[in-house]
Design a protein. Structure first.
Length: 255
């Protein structure tokens, strides 16, 4: 799990979306004056991404926070996630504050927002912005996010079972890794490869296992690249099986 996703603005921005970004800043501002929470959020996104008229503003980060806070106070869940991001990273706020980030993630998570549930799970797992780490709460949040299709949350559940060692539920581990792998997440593809090659939680399948290892390595992560070599040396040496795995990897499209 890449924990910097919680803290690094450039990584987290990609996880924040606004459907009104195509509107002009003037149109959004007009709607915002009427108290429309979504328009407040979309204006925040304009400033966050330095798009349109926002590109000419001297301190767009502070403007983004101002509009996110306005929408978040109106209980707009996506704005609450965005505001949590700002406090987690120190983006546009006087000082980074993980407890403040957790506060906003909780408010969004309580509304069922899956991105907030995933981020909150990360906080509970690592003890970030909370009084102490809480594995049970982390798993609860991950499950809620995973049930709504968040690939990283599904991978986190796989990691949770893997990290329990002999006490882990291998069937659950394989189920979550495979679910996230099919969505295109390299970390989950690596986990799925290990499960299939070692028959952990699933029947052994050398071709499918190698396919996932190839796809994980295609991300360029050196860990996955090196492990692909080891997996070929240890598990799959038959050229025909390797060729079939490569074919399947080439044909793969994320769900």
């Amino acid at each position: 799990m890449n924990w910097t996703r919680l803290l690094t603005p450039l990584l987290l921005i990609s996880g924040l979306t606004g459907t009104g970004i195509g509107q002009s800043a003037a149109d959004l501002a007009a709607a915002a004056k009427k108290g429309d929470a979504k328009s407040h959020y979309d204006l925040g996104m304009l400033y966050l991404k330095h798009q349109g008229a926002a590109a000419d503003v001297k301190e767009p980060e502070k403007e983004a926070v101002k509009w996110f806070k306005s929408a978040a106070d109106k209980n707009h869940a996506e704005a609450q996630v965005a505001l949590g991001f700002c406090y987690a990273s120190g983006f546009g706020v006087p000082k980074a504050s993980l407890p403040e980030a957790v506060k906003w993630y909780k408010r969004a998570a309580d509304q069922g927002n899956p991105e907030a549930q995933f981020k909150l799970g990360m906080c509970y797992e690592k003890g970030l912005g909370v009084s102490k780490a809480n594995a049970a709460m982390a798993v609860e949040m991950y499950r809620k996010a995973a049930d709504q299709g968040i690939a990283e949350a599904r991978c986190a559940l796989g990691d949770h079972e893997a990290n329990r060692g002999a006490d882990g539920d291998y069937r659950e581990m394989a189920k979550w890794y495979l679910a996230a792998a099919k969505q295109g997440l390299p970390a989950a593809q690596y986990g799925a490869a290990r499960c299939l090659l070692r028959a952990q939680g699933v029947e052994k399948d050398l071709v499918e296992g190698l396919k996932w290892a190839i796809l994980a390595a295609a991300s360029g992560d050196q860990l996955y690249v090196e492990n692909l070599k080891l997996m070929r040396e240890s598990y799959v040496k038959d050229p025909k099986l390797i060729a079939e795995a490569e074919r399947r990897a080439a044909d793969f499209r994320p769900e």
